[in-house]
Design a protein around this ligand. Structure first.
Ligand code: FES
Length: 223
């Protein structure tokens, strides 16, 4: 875990607000992991904001949407992290499905660099519109999950915690037709595990787990 300064270089508005953040390379979160970011100049936000990677930038990374409305270009951030368990895509995977059930696919987009490097075919299922992606990436609606899962040898699903139980109850048989399945569970992450606040608890097969430390990426077999 590192601490350091970051700076918002640019705000990107394409459906949702996202930010380009410059920082030390050691602070850039791997896909699925996160930083805690706090702006001293922003008195309206006493708690740090969890920041996920949506892609790599020349001097840092693109922070996944949503970001606080008070974040503007030039704002300095105190950064801590990276925290948590991120995605672990098998290097042998060649057919990849990225499924955004949370309303934003941005937390999944940081996987693209690795996936394109390993020459994988990529399908993104999303309810949100997606722009500026390589033409080779196929974009489908969420309703294509039953046909897509059996094709995929790796599937990443991003969903909010309140949808977890319902999603697994309804779609577990379909998800089990994919090779490896990982779930990025979106919860509040106010302390990153430092204060053990318990706000991020996720119910699993063997009891509760803290998404801030044991996740926020879990495997399907954890549930
Ligand atoms: S965010 Fe506080 S224990 Fe997980």
């Amino acid at each position: 875990m590192h601490t350091g300064k970051g700076r918002i270089d640019e705000i990107l508005i394409s459906g949702e607000r996202a930010a380009q953040i410059s920082c030390h390379p050691g602070l850039i979160p791997a896909p699925g992991r996160y930083l805690l970011a706090h702006a001293e100049a922003d008195s309206s936000a006493p708690l740090p904001h969890p920041v996920f990677n949506a892609g790599y930038a020349p001097d840092g990374f693109y922070a996944a949407a949503p970001i606080p409305s008070t974040w503007l270009p030039g704002l300095e951030l105190n950064l801590q992290g990276p925290f948590g368990r991120g995605f672990n895509v098998p290097t042998s995977a060649r057919k990849i499905a990225l499924v955004a059930a949370s309303g934003s696919a941005s937390r999944l987009l940081s996987l693209l660099e690795q996936l394109l490097a390993q020459k994988a075919e990529i399908v993104i299922l999303s309810i949100a519109p997606l722009e500026n992606l390589p033409r080779a990436i196929e974009i489908l609606p969420l309703s294509a999950l039953p046909e897509t899962a059996p094709w995929a040898d790796y599937l990443a699903l991003d969903l909010p915690r309140h949808q977890l139980e319902f999603t697994l109850e309804k779609y577990r048989p379909i998800l089990l037709t994919a090779g490896v399945v990982e779930l990025l569970v979106e919860t509040p992450l106010p302390c990153g595990g430092i204060a053990e606040c318990g706000v991020c608890a996720v119910r699993q097969r063997k009891g509760y787990a803290l998404a801030c430390k044991a996740g926020p990426v879990f495997t399907l077999t954890d549930f």
